[in-house]
Design a protein around this ligand. Sequence first.
Ligand code: ATP
Ligand code: MG
Ligand code: K
Length: 684
Amino acid sequence: MSVLGFDIGNENCVIAVAKQRGIDVLLNEESKRETPAVVSFGEKERFLGSAGAASATMNPKSTISQVKRLIGRKFREPIVQEDLKILPFESSEGPNGSILIHLSYLNEKQSFTPLQILAMLFAHLKEISEKNLENHVSDCVIGVPSYFTDLQRREYLHAAEIAGLKPLRLMHDCTATALGYGIYKTDFNGGPTNVVFVDIGHSDMQVSVASFEPGQLRILSHAYDSNLGGRDFDEVLFRYFAASFKEQYNMDVYSNARACVRLRTACEKLKKILSANPEAPLNIECLMEEKDVKGFIKREDFEKLSSDLLERISIPCRRALLESGLTPEMIHTVELVGSGSRVPAIMKVLTALFRREPSRTLNVSECVARGCALQCAMLSPTFRVREYEVQDSFPFSIGFSVDGSPICSPSNSVLFPRGHPFPSVKMLALQKSSAFDMEAFYAEEDELPPGSSAKISKFRVGPFQSSQPEKAKVKVRVQLNLHGIVTADAASLIQDHINDYTSNSTADAIMENVGVSNHESSYSDNGPVHFHSAHHKSSPTPTGEERSKAKATRRHDIPINEDVYGGLTPLELSQAQEKELLLAQQDTRMERTKDRKNSLESYVYETRNRLLSTLRSFATDTERDGISSSLQQTEEWLYDEGDDETEQVYTQKLDDLKKMVDPIEHRYKDEEARAQATKNLLNC
Ligand code: ATP
Ligand code: MG
Ligand code: K
């Protein structure tokens, strides 16, 4: 069983696989190491990845890119509206404020959620992996931005599930990068070595500070700007040239979707040229109104136009540093990754900020996927990886309320404060004698990306009824799991006779940490046993101390009903799975149809040639004429009404032709065999 790491970027995806000798990056069908995160709907089939990107300019309205930006978000969020303005496909508000993408496919109007589109990408990456490895794949670790909310993380898991993948973990991008960086280093001695990782991608940037010691890494802080990445630099160029074409050619690029796509693509290319050259030209033929356009810009001017963006880059860097509690002097190195960081001015900004030049020792586009593959190997029982402990920290404060009241004290609801190590499990002891509601939410809204909802989920704990209401205690197990998702996944009613719980008079909740020492909330690679500890999946496992108390008590399991805000219902999930299956079948059918059509076409050409050569003397004139004219007719038909036929029709046509040619083919083969036999005889 192969273990994989996926980096799903807003622009590019990378697949890494763990092999016994190390980590490899898989090549896609174009032999590229990066696969565009694009899904395009053709007339009768989908084009995914590279093929999707190729049809983006041909077919902009049916081409979905940047779906990562839309995952788990609401249509009306201002930032979503900004993004949708740039994206050429149609969209609208769906149920519960969700986003729906509309396009026409198979001659009907169809709509898809971003989650469904993401699932298509996952399925494509899975297919690439299976072709490469000639094996079925499912276990994987998937990189996610540290700023992803609960819902975004859940949607990633659902999308992966729809695609038939089994994510063992969603891993913060920079944590994956840090793992790949640290596990091979053996020179981290003499106290902790602190490294800042700066990842600038297509539409976001993330900064994390990690502290390495032999055999372990600890994340000290995560910071981010979820709306600042390479594409913002493209946009600077786009606006500049759109304005200058308006002046120069009196042309309004904004009014033409296809022209916008083409100009943006050209600007991205131009930006890349400026990374290596002091100036660059821009030429687009027939941009719109049949006009060719020409432009030119110097790197210097590009940097001036980008000054606001460049300033913004230092904000998350400062924040990460501040929260790590370190000063720039305590930083060993700054590692710069993500292809968006290739703009030279970014290097200058960071050098000034950290008072040293960032290094680029990692593969900037592959490090996340590689780290994820390593993590997958560590989690998989089929691999033995060097013992290494990874302790991540969670970037948001998570609060809980019970029947509307804060859980920890009348004024404090924070169960997992920002920076809390995870995965982590907490047991809540509550004084409740019948069904109640709990709610999980982000306690500090300004920690979240702008526009995100603070709501996470609701839990109905019950029904149950205590026979001794005044002594009833309920224990609820709450987890911040390995994916960074919050759940309340087990509850039990404890009716005890000995009152051995110190009850808190201000709030009726008593918090108990079940083994949430730093050690247990992180994990190391002591084989699967250590990591898949009882705290992860099984029912509540009391500690030794609790167990002795439990002897004097009766314990009944209570059902918990979880309702995730904006989450997929099981029915919706299975509907999405069915839909994906149908779409995949349609693609396969179209692939087969193309295959059949190609076989027919090449049969026509081959037979025509062979009729003039090898087969010539085995056919009568009448046979030859008959076949020739059938070949001719088939060829004409293929270019005309037969251009777009079904698999069965092509197969039938080929069979018909073969029926005419086969007798001649047989005569030829018989003759061949006779000649061979004669030759053998003579050779003896
Ligand atoms: P994200 O991490 O934001 O989800 P991603 O992982 O797909 O997205 P990357 O592949 O790291 O993003 O970076 C893509 C960005 O890097 C694009 O904006 C692209 O234009 C930019 N880029 C690639 N090469 C260069 C270059 N030579 N000079 C400048 N920018 C570049
Ligand atoms: Mg990335
Ligand atoms: K392992």
